[in-house]
Design a protein around this ligand. Structure first.
Ligand code: SAH
Length: 520
């Protein structure tokens, strides 16, 4: 049974979005977010979570942008009251836990003054999450049986210290300091002055739980210099206490094989992010740039003709997952029943394409060893005589006609070619990911098709990438590599088999080889 938390109009939900990793949202938070009419969110919230909202939801950013508060707290309070009075359901989304250093009480007071009902949904606070993702056991029964959450400054607008850290020097507790980076020297000095041993271990975790997490270790004596050397910035948690030396050696999060690597996945807007998911699983930071935009494009009369004879084809050949997707979209508009497809056999160019077909519980009768059009042609021709065999070939507008010509010529088959989609050049000026790429570059770009290579080459022609990280190029297989060569783009690695799993393994191998040997 699907349990869904039913939300109320006119109510404000104060929700903790957790520390950044999207999967650390609570189920309750996600269910409420999916139903809310208005979402007012802060800058530490992972904005990918907004994709869960309804299309009609109003999303209001209330966080800081480059040091400035975009909306003052008093206005946020008024906004919450106003939106709730208009009978909408409101989510107030804050990073971590809403009640920890999040000024939630000011918002709660405003709601109570106006008799507006509210609920609070806790989230995983940054200190707990950072400790876990750095493997620091923040309590330990022999050495630290208390944990203290402290803030370097009370609110982001004030840069002064409210606390006297000397008072925390003799607590024997694990100190977890939020918003402490700007005041770190003073904090450390006060702790030392208060009598804390200068050899006490200190850890800093920056951007905890995210793909760009970094951590820095030292002692009270060394941490200021150490963090300056690594140029550690906010948002970070500073941990102080003996428990830091108890952390395991494995560093489970930051030691994943692609951790710290920024990888561009060029793909169309519509494609499912299977490659992205695999890369993220191994720790990479992935930016998806839609270097191609695939849109439906077909001739209605041709569709009518093909569908009128659909059961007469002996083979239907799919050369891409997009082709499968568009074909069955149209098919189910025309027919109610999958059996209308007849006794045809189905061929797919590779596993990704076959997977889409299998998702409809249809068997794929032929997949060539290598996922490319030539190999598909070879396999079909070698399979049996195609003499006078009726074949339906599903393509996009940029597919070369080699396969079509071979099947008709060499194979002497009767081939109907059905073009269902076009590869468009997208407007990259609207892509946040592309802006990010322009500013910082990436470690690698992984190409899964020739058309993305061509669109990439075109898109970066006018870019100056000299001051950013210059990516290496990975290719999924021989055909994509040929196009890379034609474009004069050096190939750093090529997947031994044209499928995503092998491609990711090859990517990992590439970075392992190119990693500078560490002394430790
Ligand atoms: N309500 C939030 C804290 C807001 S105060 C929570 O419960 O986590 C903002 C401070 O939280 C930042 O300056 C930083 O010290 C800390 N912080 C938030 N997210 C963080 C993250 N992903 N990694 C490290 N520190 C983080």
């Amino acid at each position: 049974m699907k349990m869904e938390y039913k939300i109320q109009k006119g109510t404000v939900y104060l929700i903790g979005a957790g520390p950044g990793d999207l999967k650390l949202f609570t189920l309750k938070a996600k269910e409420i977010l999916e139903q809310a009419d208005v979402i007012i969110y802060d800058n530490l919230v992972n904005s990918d979570s907004l994709a869960w909202c309804k299309d009609t939801a109003k999303k209001i950013f209330a966080g800081k942008t480059s040091g400035q508060h975009s909306i003052p707290q008093s206005e946020i309070n008024e906004l919450l009251v106003k939106e709730a009075k208009s009978e909408s359901s409101i989510v107030r989304l804050k990073g971590g836990d809403p009640l920890i250093f999040g000024r939630a009480n000011e918002e709660i007071n405003a709601l109570e003054d106006s008799n507006i009902p509210y609920e609070i949904i806790p989230g995983i606070t940054a200190a707990i999450a950072c400790a876990a993702y750095a493997g620091i056991p923040i309590s330990e029964r022999d050495t630290s049986s208390s944990i203290i959450f402290l803030t370097g400054h009370e609110n982001p607008e004030k840069n002064t210290l409210n606390l006297d850290f000397k008072n925390y020097a003799k607590t024997n507790a694990t100190l977890c300091i939020y918003m402490g980076i700007g005041q770190m020297k003073r904090i450390i000095d006060e702790l030392t002055q208060g009598g804390l041993d200068p050899k006490t271990p200190v850890a800093i975790v920056e951007n905890g739980t995210q793909q760009n997490q970094r951590s820095c270790y030292g002692t009270l004596e060394t941490i200021v210099a150490q963090s300056a050397e690594q140029s550690i910035k906010a948002p970070s948690i500073i941990f102080v206490g003996s428990v830091i030396s108890l952390r395991g050696k494995s560093d489970w999060f930051e030691s994943r094989p692609l951790f710290g690597k920024k990888i561009v996945v060029p793909r169309s807007r519509q494609q499912a992010g299977q490659l992205t998911q695999l890369l993220k699983f191994y720790g990479a930071e992935v930016i998806e740039i839609p270097f191609i935009n695939i849109l439906p494009k077909y001739d209605k009369a041709t569709i009518t003709d093909v569908f009128a004879e659909i059961a007469s084809y002996e083979w239907i050949i799919f050369t891409s997952a997009n082709g499968v997707h568009y074909f069955f979209d149209l098919f189910f508009k025309a027919f109610e029943d999958l059996r209308s497809i007849g006794l045809t056999r189905i061929a797919a160019v590779g596993n990704a394409t076959a997977k889409e077909v299998k998702a409809l519980n249809l068997k794929v009768d032929l997949i060539p060893e290598s996922a490319n059009a030539n190999a598909l042609g070879d396999a079909l021709i070698a399979n049996e005589s195609l003499d006078n065999t009726k074949i339906l070939l599903i393509t996009g507008d940029k597919n070369s006609d080699t396969l079509y010509k071979r099947l008709e010529g060499e194979g002497r088959a009767i081939v109907d070619r059905l073009t269902l989609y076009k590869n468009n050049k997208p407007d990259l000026s609207k892509s946040k990911a592309f802006q990010d790429f322009k500013e910082t570059g990436a470690d690698a770009v992984l190409f899964t098709s020739s058309s993305t290579v061509n669109h990439y080459a075109e898109a970066i022609k006018s870019l100056d990438l000299t001051n950013v990280k210059n990516p290496v190029f990975g290719s999924i297989g021989a055909l994509t590599s040929q196009t890379l060569k034609k474009q004069g783009m050096p190939i750093a690695f090529e997947s031994p088999k044209a499928n995503l799993e092998h491609f990711v393994v090859e990517t990992i191998a590439h970075f392992k080889k190119s990693k500078p040997k560490s002394n430790s």
